[in-house]
Design a protein around this ligand. Structure first.
Ligand code: ADP
Length: 258
């Protein structure tokens, strides 16, 4: 609590009493704390690639540039770390625009099957690189009212994770069903799974089950929080089902447009 007080005078100009104001600042305190943690996280996430880029560049300048193969390896690291930094900044911008409600959603009628079939062409490339089978099984009569880019971002983030966190040769299933005026899109994999105790937290910004693995795979730790925020802006929800070592299923539930 934050406490303020002030005396007040009576008509004989003597102290007549004291006004005490108790202000509940718990909520504000929580917000400040989250804000501080967020800034600490962002700084840390940016510091790691910057340190790598700097040290590889210095080594190159100190002579490694003369050895062609070594130089090429170093430059590849510098290149991929720069890519990661730029993904991070672009994810942060997306979140910040949504936080300040500056994202202009263009809510249109979308056919779920058509749209997912278009999006899955991009996924097919990622899957093929890892020899992962992408099974798409969608009925034709489902429409939603959703921003096209926002919808694509949700599917790419979630299905991209399914591909990322499933070992080579695995499977990813994309399916949809409807129930009680809602459409559920399921994205399922037979990958490494998310431990029960982490399932609720993976939607938090920068939360990862395995930091090193996520970084190695080029993750920013923001994909699911972005997906969740887009879903919320469209009265939709995202939930997780899944067992560690068996795989993960993520379900996006969206009101049906009739
Ligand atoms: P990242 O960029 O690290 O992938 P996300 O916000 O997209 O960040 O996901 C947060 C974390 O949730 C990941 O780091 C990973 O630990 C876990 N995760 C997400 N999807 C899956 C999945 N399909 N299988 C296993 N773990 C997953």
């Amino acid at each position: 609590y934050n406490i303020d007080y002030a005396p007040f005078m009576n008509n004989q100009n003597k102290v007549g009493g004291v006004i005490i104001v108790f202000k509940n600042i718990t909520e504000q305190y929580k917000i400040d704390k989250l804000q501080r943690e967020f800034v600490a996280n962002v700084s840390h996430e940016l510091k790691t690639p910057i340190t790598t880029i700097k040290s590889y560049t210095e080594t190159l300048l100190e002579g490694a540039i003369e050895e062609r193969q070594l130089a090429e390896d170093f430059l590849n690291v510098i290149n991929s770390e720069s890519d990661r930094m730029s993904r991070l900044v672009s994810d942060l911008l997306k979140l910040s625009r949504m936080d300040y409600e500056q994202t202009k959603w263009k809510k249109d009628k979308l056919n779920v099957t058509e749209t997912i079939n278009e999006i899955s062409k991009k996924l097919q490339i990622q899957a093929k690189n890892k020899d992962i089978k992408l099974h798409v099984d969608l009925p034709y009569d489902m429409n939603i009212c959703f921003d096209r880019d926002g919808f694509e971002q949700i599917i790419l983030n979630i299905a991209g994770n399914a591909v990322k966190y499933t070992p080579d040769g695995g499977n990813v299933w994309l399916s949809a069903s409807k129930n009680n005026g809602k459409i559920s899109i399921s994205i399922k994999d037979d990958g490494i799974g998310i431990p029960m105790e982490d399932q609720a937290r993976v939607f938090e910004r920068f939360y990862r089950v395995d930091k090193a693995r996520s970084r190695e795979l080029g993750g920013t730790g923001l994909g699911l929080s972005i997906a969740k925020q887009i879903a919320e802006a469209h009265d939709s929800t995202i939930t997780i089902n899944g067992e560690l070592k068996v795989g993960t299923e993520i379900i996006i539930t969206i009101p049906e447009l009739i």
